[in-house]
Design a protein around this ligand. Sequence first.
Ligand code: KIV
Ligand code: ZN
Length: 511
Amino acid sequence: MNNRIYIFDTTLRDGEQSPGVSLNGDEKLEIARQLARLGVDIIEAGFPIASSGDFNAVSAVAREVRGVAVAGLARTNPADIDRAWEAVKHADQPRIHTFIATSDIHLRHKLRMSRAQVIETAIAGVKRAAAYTSDVEFSAEDASRSELEFLCQVVEAAVGAGATTINIPDTVGYATPDEFAEFIRGIMNGVKGIEKVVLSVHCHNDLGLAVANSLAAVQAGVRQVEGAINGIGERAGNASIEEVAMALHTRRDRYGLETGIVTEEIYRTSKLVSKLSGMSVQANKAVVGKNAFAHESGIHQDGVLKERTTYEIMNPAMVGISHSNLVLGKLSGRHAFRSRLVELGFSLSEDELNKAFVRFKGLADRKKEITDHDIEAIVENEIRRVPVTYELAYLHTSSGTTIVPTATVGLTRGDELLEEAACGNGPVDAICKAVDKITGYHCRLAGWGINAITAGKDALGEVNLRIAENNNEKLYMGRGISTDILEASARAYVNAVNKMIYEKKNGRPAE
Ligand code: KIV
Ligand code: ZN
């Protein structure tokens, strides 16, 4: 049997279905480019029929990201399939991924269809997709809760109709590893022609078993694994791509299988997805969490210093975590800054470099040691994705246990400096109100969170927040970084307001 595992990444589709996550076209394209560098085999870029934004994003990924298959999701109906094809057709390898549910629960309550109708609809959908492309994936939604015999009939019909990949989702994360492996073997033994197609799994993490179930399926003979970076996705998420890839790599003695993943790109990909999705990675997350390679106890530290492998089964460098801590400081010049950026894999235009350098100098005045993480955070924050209407010029706040929190904010709009002051329930509230006075928009905070990007008391903090105009449901995400969490909040708020203004002016999200 072939020992190559294909990695199907659905960060941009299932991952984007994570509650509260909404990526614009430009952000999707940036993630897709990084996924290609990471070496995934298939990028599922979205669900083209879902909205024109999704259609445009899938289409942009298909046109611009080369050397990788690009999939668009579609139900089995003609309109979905036609739309998916329109979106992916310019890809190097366009794939239509069509699905219909096969469990009795879904048939009875959701589809209200008989088993015969499901088979008929699956055949029609796959045939329509196969008329467009030779790369057709068929998924039996809620497969793991379907009756095996009926599932085999549907799968056999889909293979007969021209599907080239058959995907078996554990849609609600209900399976256990041993049971799922047995189920997969049942499909391999029960479907005529199954050896002609690539068998795939797509596991959700409701019981924390998504990666374990995927690996059990691999051992049973599956050759495509679906998942998302950082394990994001519906509810508790999908199998985490970086965990699957590193398990297969680290335990190749056990699995004897290969992926095309460039492991050194894992950390960068994880950071990018976390930043753009606004979903932070838990500190103890396997492979990419802040603590994944941190050793706290004296015994462990002593062991690692004597010999790294005493307590480390993976080398952090292998997943792209850089070891250099003290990189640049207050006296470092532009040249050194630029060289370090190149070493970190950034390629910036002169204008972006200038902005990043100004922020670097500002940070170096406040923070003694500038690490790679600081530099990454600066650059990622400085590369403008949204045409900027307002920029933070200065901020002054006063708050305490016995005084009313107040904020004075200066924003620039072009060459103009606009200033306002406001009181609030807390300093962040006061800042938002002062910004609102300047912009004339009245927004509410629908979410606010902070992460420490780097270590130490002078760590850089990253604020992610969501705003919506009063009486409006539409959310805009903003990000800001600073050693001062109030300044980071102000930057994040202004970033979100700029996105809102752009969309109002242009009738579409900033791209
Ligand atoms: O979880 C699921 O079943 C899905 C399918 C559309 C593949 O996401
Ligand atoms: Zn899913």
